[in-house]
Design a protein around this ligand. Structure first.
Ligand SMILES: NC(=O)C1=CN([C@@H]2O[C@H](COP(=O)(O)OP(=O)(O)OC[C@H]3O[C@@H](n4cnc5c(N)ncnc54)[C@H](O)[C@@H]3O)[C@@H](O)[C@H]2O)[C@@H](O)CC1
Ligand SMILES: Nc1ncnc2c1ncn2[C@@H]1O[C@H](COP(=O)(O)OP(=O)(O)O)[C@@H](O)[C@H]1O
Ligand SMILES: [K+]
Length: 479
């Protein structure tokens, strides 16, 4: 499991550890890791032109010390000091002693234009607000240049705790994070500014209090996914009911069922008006056209994709929400549901909105949901007292209990932004709910497999390609 910790928790852990170690030890651990990554990124250190952007805090200190190490190995290192009178004294002395030179902010863009590597040490976890005006031309020059941009701890200008970006920020190719990940490394838009994240262990682990964020990895998902045992039958594995599709949108039913068949359930019931289309593609589905309670035994429902606005659809959503089994609500179901009913449910409930649907439920603008994903998903989960999976460039899963860490899905790829892929996700995830996974685990494993399936299918893909690739994705997590 990859964990994301808040700045407050990182600082407390750092304080506890520093109290027991000789002064400067932690910074030198960070610097050693940082310099090693720079060496990997550079095509040869000797003679390489390196620019260090150094702010006034310890983040600048890290960058200056790393610059000194590279200078000692023959790199031509120039430091651009944002506040020359407040630069990190030890780092600056080390850089000078190693033969590095120092220029003012005005000369920054010109030296950056000729650099092979730019080390961004403007701000780390001490950064507040977007980049200050003096730093903005440097960030722009780094973005324009052909240099590899390596961010120290965080790309300067992003908000470490939320992944929000207010104003300008440095766009890094690689970010070297110390001690643990912070939410900004795992949540867009900041995660996109961070590029590839490289973790350097400085020994904080045992000192760190609980995380605010978790990202599952293969081993975590493998441990959570159910496996049929000798005594299994379809009801012991779990049967999922899918309420989706309409005469206008029959494909949504087919896609949701195709996902559900690849989840954990032992059987899939489809309830709705387009059973013929479902059967044509998936003959193993049990279809019925009446109302959900007439469908037969179901251990979880997925309701909503392609339902449209009809009275029958609204009634079906209400009926499913009145049941005492886990319910996943997606797409049109999110508009048709009564929020008070949702809030009052005692059986597990999972909502899977994209940013637009979450915005409608919150009364926010869509852009605000995309800019503030962590706050949006938490607010919605707390308000409606249900688990919420917010889809998009970073998929986040929040429990109604604010003390439970939010999960960030690490597998998503932008090829998933294709019509109908959300319907497949509802099917997979609902099927995991039917397979008795706790709601938050079903949601995070569903998103994980869905993203992995898109990676397996590779490149331009249709929603059905994603569904078809789920079995291979599922197998691959056991390796
Ligand atoms: N906390 C830890 O466990 C460790 C921290 N280290 C480094 O120390 C960093 C934190 O150092 P600091 O607490 O000194 O804080 P930072 O160096 O992140 O930033 C503080 C300075 O930046 C300025 N600043 C704040 N917001 C700004 C903005 N928006 N634009 C421009 N300047 C701004 C402030 O005036 C302040 O002087 C970490 O990110 C990491 O790089 C590592 O050396 C080792 C371990
Ligand atoms: N830029 C992106 N990067 C990664 N995943 C994305 C991106 N955009 C969308 N997705 C994923 O694709 C799926 C789209 O679902 P949704 O928005 O419901 O579309 P539809 O209604 O067409 O099925 C979701 O799983 C979402 O997380
Ligand atoms: K930085």
């Amino acid at each position: 499991m990859r964990l994301g910790h808040s700045v407050e928790v990182v600082r407390a852990a750092e304080g506890a550890l520093m109290a027991r170690l000789p002064e400067g030890t932690l910074m030198q651990r960070a610097v050693a890791g940082l310099a090693a990554v720079c060496t990997q990124v550079l095509d040869g250190v000797y003679g390489a032109r390196v620019v260090v952007l150094a702010g006034s805090g310890d983040n600048g200190g890290d960058a200056l010390f790393a610059g000194a190490r590279l200078a000692r190995r023959g790199a031509g290192v120039t430091a651009v000091l944002l506040t020359p009178d407040r630069a990190h004294a030890g780092g600056l002395a080390a850089l000078r002693a190693a033969g590095g030179r120092v220029v003012g902010v005005e000369d920054g863009p010109a030296v950056i234009a000729r650099a092979a590597l730019v080390l961004d040490g403007i701000t780390g976890i001490g950064g507040k607000g977007g980049l200050r005006a003096r730093a903005v031309p440097l960030a722009e020059a780094a973005h324009r240049s052909r240099a590899a941009v390596v961010a120290v701890d965080l790309p300067s200008g992003v908000d470490a705790d939320t992944g929000e970006v207010h104003g300008a920020a440095v766009r890094a190719d690689v970010t070297v994070t110390f001690g643990t990940h912070k939410p900004a490394h795992l949540i867009d838009p900041a995660a996109e500014f961070a590029g590839v994240t490289h973790f350097v262990d400085i020994g904080l682990g045992p000192e760190l209090a609980g995380p605010v964020l978790e990202a599952l990895q293969h081993a975590d998902v493998a441990a959570l996914l159910p496996r049929p045992a000798g005594e299994s039958d379809k009801y012991r594995r779990g049967v999922i009911g899918v309420v989706a599709g309409s005469r206008r949108y029959p494909g949504a039913a087919v896609l949701a069922v195709s996902g559900a068949l690849r989840g954990a359930a032992g059987g899939v019931r489809y309830v709705g008006p387009v059973g013929d289309a479902v059967l044509a593609r998936h003959p193993e589905t049990m279809v019925s056209s009446g109302s959900p309670h007439q469908a037969g035994r179901v251990q979880a429902w997925a309701v909503g994709p392609g339902l449209g606005d009809g009275a029958d659809a609204r009634a079906a959503v209400a009926e499913v929400l009145a049941s005492d089994v886990p319910v996943l609500v997606d797409a049109d179901g999110l508009r048709l549901m009564d929020p008070e009913t949702v809030r009052g449910r005692t059986a597990p409930t999972l909502l899977t909105p994209h940013a637009g649907e979450a915005a409608a439920l919150l009364g926010w603008a869509r852009e605000d949901v995309e800019a503030r994903r962590l706050t949006a998903v938490r607010t919605l989960a707390e308000r409606l007292r249900v688990t919420v999976l917010l889809k998009g460039s970073t998929t986040l899963i929040a429990d109604p209990d604010p003390d439970v860490p939010v999960r960030a899905n690490p597998t998503g790829v932008s090829w998933l932004a294709t019509a109908g892929s959300g319907d497949v996700l509802s099917g997979i995830t609902g099927s995991l709910l039917a397979g008795s996974l706790p709601t938050r685990d079903a949601a995070s494993c569903g998103a994980y497999l869905h993203g992995l399936a898109a990676r397996v299918a590779r490149g331009p893909l249709s929603a059905l390609d994603v569904a078809d690739a789920v079995p291979e994705a599922w197998r691959s997590v056991y390796v």
